[in-house]
Design a binder for this molecule. Structure first.
Ligand code: FAD
Length: 552
């Protein structure tokens, strides 16, 4: 039985309640997904519950870069730079179709964050620590060379630039492929199941009381140990466990805006100074769009409803227009946006931008282990650290030993690919199989989203007889994601599985009726649920593309 088929949910719900697990993980973002894979690959019996959709928290709202720690180098945290630098290459190797090697440009400007000498030296050390080789090594460019690469940059304050290697991914897809790989190793992972309270035996956590948010049924999962990987919600669960003492989270909101590539025809991901303050922004070209981010402001609102407001959009537009003066982007150009929360560990006297991005593990007297902070880039190492702790506790408390594992060798679902050349070759093969009326970028989109699973989608597509190829393809994607990726709602599909809400919003209108009609058939929705799903899609589109000033 495929445990990630949304159609098999009743059986998985039954199975999760009828056994004792070694480890229950709360939270299905990248941190929980990475932990589930590491634990399952060590032979532990693992269950993971996520209260909304997988990756619906911070893990679908990042800048989507698997990047080393240039900022850590500025703070002389050499060990961390080495760790994240090496991680980039490992995660790329595990899924080269999804974690794409991209060249990055850092223009140097008068009065900017980084000077010429320090950037040259910094990037050299960065390459050395991260073991970057060959053509990927950093190159320092003159002002003229930078302008040749990126003619849209502002020439008057430009002094030169650094050109170096980083990686771009889709955070939600990376989370999903980790969940799927964990399930292949025996984990049971359920979305829309909320952990409501802990169960204790002799003062130690021995299970979790949950609610299935799709059926409103209560359930209990029994286990030896519980890890909370709930990102911005970590303190809430520590509070339920009555162990919220000492260090706490500080939530910082980060917004990105998306504009059509034709309005901002950027060639390379660019990391540039914002002249009006001391921060830096990313502008990232991605297929038909370019996205710009991010803001970094303290957040105290509702963690379940975080959206970009007009102040965020104004700040990003002002920043990007001041470094790329000819593009003159306005709010009208903003096609979509997203806003996420960084779960930072609070440090007295520092503002959001200055606080460390390091992860932190909290362990309570009841045995609850919580992890927060960190980066998408470091998820595999964070999982390793958690599992070392979990294994130690298994030995001490339950006298059970589990073998070590090496997740650096576990290829993620969607692969295997030898390297980026192999991915390119595969994209060409897929392109030849697609109907001529589908745009050329579709093969690239499909392969970066699904890797070799694209073949299953194309097989499904052949059975849909819609006149419009785009509709047949979307329906095939839906069938694949319902059967293999626990899609239960319209937004699971349009946001986390396909990225359409952010990166191809205009593509939603022509296919939405077909998608919602199929979903209704898969799940036998009544009219009330149908109307609710339609409304949720319209609200999500409205909130991603229209902005208001926050009430003062
Ligand atoms: P989350 O993704 O938030 O996952 C926690 C999950 O727990 C949520 O899905 C939530 O629904 C679930 N949950 C909470 N309570 C419960 C409960 N009671 N029961 C069940 N489930 C529950 N990192 C990088 O490496 N590169 C970047 O480019 C980058 N850019 C960033 C840009 C921004 C704006 C932000 C905000 C972060 C960025 N990061 C980046 C950091 C990175 O995104 C985060 O470190 C990472 O996504 C955190 O993942 P997580 O799994 O810990 O948290």
């Amino acid at each position: 039985m495929n445990n990630l088929s949304a159609l098999n949910r009743p059986q998985v719900l039954h199975s999760i309640q009828s056994q004792e697990f070694d480890l229950v993980i709360i939270g299905g973002g990248i941190t929980g997904a990475g932990i589930a894979l590491d634990a399952a690959s060590r032979g532990m019996k693992v269950a993971l519950v996520e209260m909304k959709d997988f990756a619906s928290g911070t893990s679908s709202k990042s800048t989507k870069l698997i990047h080393g720690g240039l900022r850590y180098l500025a703070q002389f945290d050499i060990a961390l730079v080495r760790e994240v630098g090496r991680e980039r290459a490992i995660v790329h190797r595990l899924a080269p179709h999804l974690v794409l090697a991209k060249k990055m440009l850092m223009p140097l400007v008068e009065g900017g964050t980084y000077g010429k000498m320090s950037t040259s030296f910094g990037l050299m050390v960065y390459d050395f620590l991260a073991e970057v080789k060959g053509d990927d090594k950093r190159v320092m460019l003159s002002k003229e060379e930078v302008l040749k690469k990126e003619p849209l940059l502002r020439p008057d304050i430009l002094q030169g630039g650094g050109f170096y290697a980083e990686y771009r991914t889709d955070d939600a897809r990376l989370t999903m492929e980790n969940i799927k790989t964990a399930v292949q190793h025996g984990a049971l992972c359920l979305n829309y199941v909320k952990a409501e309270k802990f169960v204790y035996t002799k003062g130690k956590v021995s299970g979790v009381h949950c609610k299935d948010l799709l059926s409103q049924q209560d359930l209990q999962i029994n286990c030896k140990l519980v890890v909370s990987a709930t990102g911005p919600w970590v303190d809430g669960l520590r509070k339920k466990d009555q162990s919220l003492k000492g260090k706490r989270l500080f939530l910082s909101k980060g917004v990105h805006i998306v504009v059509p590539r034709e309005r901002f025809p950027l060639k390379y991901t660019t990391y540039f100074d914002v002249p009006q303050d001391s921060r830096m922004l990313f502008a990232v070209p991605r297929q038909r769009s370019t996205y710009i981010g991010t803001t970094d402001t303290e957040f105290k609102g509702d963690k379940n409803h975080v959206i970009a407001n007009q102040e965020d959009v104004d700040y990003l537009l002002k920043g990007v227009n001041s470094m790329f003066p000819d593009i003159n982007l306005t709010t009208e150009d903003v096609e979509s946006s997203w806003a996420g929360l960084r779960p930072l560990i609070f440090e007295e006297g520092k503002n959001a931008s200055e606080m460390s991005r390091k992860d932190e593990i909290f362990e309570s007297e009841t045995g609850l282990i919580s992890i927060a902070g960190g980066k998408l880039t470091g998820y595999r190492k964070m999982a390793e650290r958690i599992l070392d702790r979990v294994s130690q506790r298994m030995k001490e408390r339950f006298k059970i030993s589990f073998p070590d594992t090496d997740t650096a060798k576990i290829i993620l679902t969607g692969g295997p690919f030898k390297d980026k050349k192999d991915v390119k070759k595969y994209i060409k093969t897929i392109q030849q199989q697609l109907p001529v009326d589908l745009s050329k970028n579709i093969a690239e989109y499909l392969v970066s989203n699904y890797g070799k699973q694209t073949e299953i989608i194309l097989r499904y597509m052949a059975n849909f007889t819609d006149d419009v190829a785009e509709i047949a393809l979307a329906r095939a994607e839906l069938k694949f994601t319902v059967e293999n990726e626990s899609v239960h709602t319209t937004m699971d599909f349009f946001n986390r599985r396909t990225g359409r809400l952010y990166f191809n919003l205009p593509s939603i209108a022509p296919i939405k009726t077909a998608i919602i009609t199929d979903l209704q058939k898969y799940f036998a929705w009544d009219n009330e649920r149908l109307a609710q799903e339609k409304q949720e899609l319209e609200t999500a589109i409205e909130e991603a593309s229209h902005f208001e000033y926050s009430a003062v």
